[in-house]
Design a protein around this ligand. Structure first.
Ligand code: SF4
Length: 442
């Protein structure tokens, strides 16, 4: 039985590969390969390292996707920006498809809810290649918007939430019990990373124990669960033979740090690795010990989760970082040897009810700290209290179009900010970044 695991194209106004690796799909593909005798195939047009020379920056795994301008969906017509499909040129995609045998099953993940057009486009293209394949759609879209995913993407099955058990049952129903190995082999996600990709996606825990009103973590992973640190260290030891950059995909890397992150960091310090934390770290957890551990382990990308200094919003985000906590965390990190220019913090903007004054106040604070602000554009996540608030206020429809959760659509159409307000915030943020980068003493 031939089973293809598929990552869809992105369709958006902009997209950047900040270590975007479809880790959930890799884990599923690895489980199916380990537990069954299915022939497992992999197709990820977002993989910039799969034979597309010159399209990547080979340094650390981040970079620009190949971009093909396409027509905007109807609901974006009033947005004065170009729209594009991000991922391999179609000629490369089709040439790769020609090397594949017909599939019996195609399992496609979905990433952002508002990339729905890329998902339906990709699956339709696969259907032309394997018209008889059973098609399964999982990931974020069917989990957060089950009705919309059925409306928008034509497939045989939709999986909401964790897919492993359902997928194995489906394989058994289609191919029979005989497909299952008496003894599963080792699960290796490396089989689904290009050899040239310098970055390895690492997950030490799932979910987050906090409950911020804008975040999907609790909806995607209702329980916070942690892997045994010994298993994580074994995985890193094995993967470091071929890669040097390790990227944490955790939502809550530093929670319970004594039993998980700190032992891992001690082991990593012996391995000469480069660590990256693109998901912001909880600043409350950064004390002298964890700051030194981050430094000694080789952390190269250090992003913190300040989000805002507004007390009104802290009520909605579990009070995860106030100004004093942030100042203390930055002091510990400076003392551990990070420079201010090596520290970045997310500044969330566009939240329902968030004034522009509050965004500027947060930027004032970050500018005074002397570290780099990274604007995180809020996008409504279906099912979260903040999204429901937008629906209650009439700014978003009750029967939500997944495209309306697009972050640029939200900023321009539903946030209440004007175009000039938005430009002013972005320009100001760029100015702060360039001042921090050019500051010789930072
Ligand atoms: S702390 Fe971060 S990951 Fe956890 S719920 Fe809040 S935003 Fe989500």
């Amino acid at each position: 039985m031939n089973v293809l695991f598929l990552t869809p194209y992105i369709t958006d106004f902009s997209a950047y590969d900040l270590w975007l690796r479809p880790l959930g799909l890799m884990q599923l593909a690895a489980v199916v390969k380990s537990r069954t005798s299915c022939r497992v195939f992999w197709l990820n047009p977002l993989d910039r390292y799969a034979g597309l020379e010159n399209l990547y920056d080979p340094d650390d795994g981040r970079g620009h996707f190949y971009r093909s301008p396409i027509a905007k969906p109807q609901c974006f017509q009033s947005i004065p920006r170009f729209f594009a499909r991000y991922g391999w040129p179609l000629t490369v995609f089709d040439a790769y498809l020609e090397t594949l045998p017909p599939m019996d099953m195609i399992c496609m993940t979905t990433l952002m809810t508002y990339w729905v057009d890329g998902a339906s486009f990709t699956l339709d293209r696969l259907r032309r290649h394997s018209p008889d394949a059973v098609t399964v759609v999982g990931g974020i879209l069917p989990t957060l918007m089950p009705a919309a995913s059925k409306r928008e993407i034509r497939a045989d099955y939709y999986i909401s939430g964790p897919g492993e058990n359902l997928l194995l049952k489906l394989i058994q129903r289609i191919g029979g019990r005989k497909l299952f190995k008496p003894r599963p082999s080792r699960i290796r996600i490396e089989d689904f990373l290009s050899a040239a990709d310098p970055a390895y996606p690492l997950l030490t825990s799932r979910g987050c124990p906090m409950q911020c009103s804008y975040c999907a973590s609790r909806l995607l992973n209702p329980e916070f669960s942690e892997r045994p640190v010994s298993a994580v260290i074994r995985e890193v030891r094995s993967a470091r033979r071929s890669r040097r950059h390790f990227v944490f995909f955790d939502d809550a890397l530093l929670i319970n740090k004594e039993s998980r992150f700190l032992p891992l960091a001690r082991a990593a310090a012996e391995m000469n690795l480069c660590l990256h934390t693109p998901n912001g770290l909880h600043v409350r957890e950064i004390d002298s010990v964890s700051a030194h551990a981050l430094r000694n382990a080789g952390t190269r990308t250090l992003r913190l989760s300040l989000e805002t200094t507004s007390c009104d919003i802290h009520v909605r985000d579990s009070n995860k970082a106030d100004a004093d906590t942030m100042r203390r965390a930055v002091d510990h990190l400076l003392e551990a040897g990070f420079s201010a220019a090596e520290m970045e913090t997310y500044v969330l903007w566009g939240l329902p009810g968030q004034s522009l004054d509050s965004v500027h106040a947060t930027l004032d604070f970050v500018e005074n700290l002397g570290i780099i602000p990274r604007l995180a554009d809020y996008s409504p996540v279906p099912g979260t209290p903040d999204c429901i608030r937008l629906q209650d206020s009439g700014r978003l429809g009750r029967s939500l179009d997944p495209r309306h959760t697009n972050k640029l659509f939200h900023l321009l159409q539903t946030s209440g900010y004007s175009g000039s307000d938005i430009r002013a915030v972005r320009t100001r943020c760029r100015g702060i970044i360039s001042r921090v980068r050019n500051c010789r003493s930072c």
